[in-house]
Design a protein around this ligand. Structure first.
Ligand code: GLN
Length: 275
């Protein structure tokens, strides 16, 4: 007897994948350019074999926990599409707060540096919104630099992307705004073993210490690298607002403040350059 390959319809492919609706829609759009109505209008048609094969393969990886953003190779942030991969943190909507705060404080033609840029979302979004700004993006990771350079080339080619261990590669230039979304999760936080975080680079998530180690480095270096009236702004965990403000106060920053993200959680702290 001849082997007859199973030829599922689109609807059957979707149902048998065991994935949630948003994931199914994302994969259908990514692999076939199909919109959300496609399953209603074409669901009972036999699935195109190459599509079925790709979809089945990615669905299995998704069931094993891989983040959708890594399967698609891209993630939207601030209405821009960024390439991402397992070498960088996946952009979170919480980080849009940091971008907004930096944009509000960056003077015309001002210089801004983003420490630990990852895929480049903060630096590139700011440069894309503000072509007048002089934007530098730093990261220590080769994988991150590759991805950030690709994103910059597409979205804001004027961004300077450099390899640096925090401030190490910077000369003695000063900045109007210093921003960072550093690894701020405590080393033994159980969230590191859950969900998307299991697949993200550990070095982008945790300092392998109390969560504040890199924040201390960033605050310390900003003291001499901000122009008068310049701002340091950094992202942190929902429970790190008070500790962040204490560190900023102790380092002599002014107008020290914490801002809440769209979920109402403490997410960004910052202050004015010490006089
Ligand atoms: N916001 C991320 C999370 O808690 C962590 C990102 C970071 O450490 N910078 O999932």
């Amino acid at each position: 007897m001849l082997y007859t390959p199973y030829m599922p319809t689109y609807q059957e492919l979707a149902r048998d994948s065991g994935l949630e609706r948003p994931d199914i829609h994302a994969l259908f759009h990514h692999l076939g350019g199909y919109n959300r109505a496609f399953l209603i209008t074409h669901g009972d048609e036999m699935a195109e074999p190459a599509f079925a094969e790709h979809f089945t393969r990615l669905a299995a990886r998704r069931r094993a926990g891989e983040p959708v953003a890594y399967l698609l190779g891209e993630k939207e942030f601030y209405s821009l599409t960024f390439n991402v991969g397992p070498g960088v943190l996946i952009p979170r909507p919480d980080t849009e707060l940091l971008v907004d705060l930096a944009l509000e404080r960056l003077p015309q033609g001002g210089a801004l540096v983003d420490l630990g840029t990852g895929s480049g979302i903060i630096a590139i979004t700011i440069a894309h919104e503000r072509p007048d700004a002089v934007v530098t993006a730093l990261d220590i990771s080769d994988a991150a630099l590759d991805i950030a350079r690709g994103n910059a080339a597409r979205l804001a080619p004027q961004v300077r992307v450099l390899q640096s261990d925090w401030y190490a590669a910077l000369g003695d230039g000063q900045f109007a705004v210093i921003v960072s979304n550093p690894p701020y999760i405590e080393q033994d936080d159980p969230h590191l073993e859950k969900g998307d975080l299991r697949f993200e680079p550990r070095s982008a998530l945790t300092d392998e210490a109390d969560g504040l180690a890199h924040i201390r480095t960033i605050i310390d270096g900003a003291r001499t690298r901000l122009l008068p009236g310049g701002w340091l702004l950094f992202e942190h965990g929902f429970d790190q607002g008070l500790a962040s403000r204490d560190l900023l106060d102790a380092a002599g920053f002014g107008a020290v403040q914490t801002w809440q993200d769209i979920a109402g959680m403490d997410r960004v702290s910052g202050g004015l350059a010490p006089a």
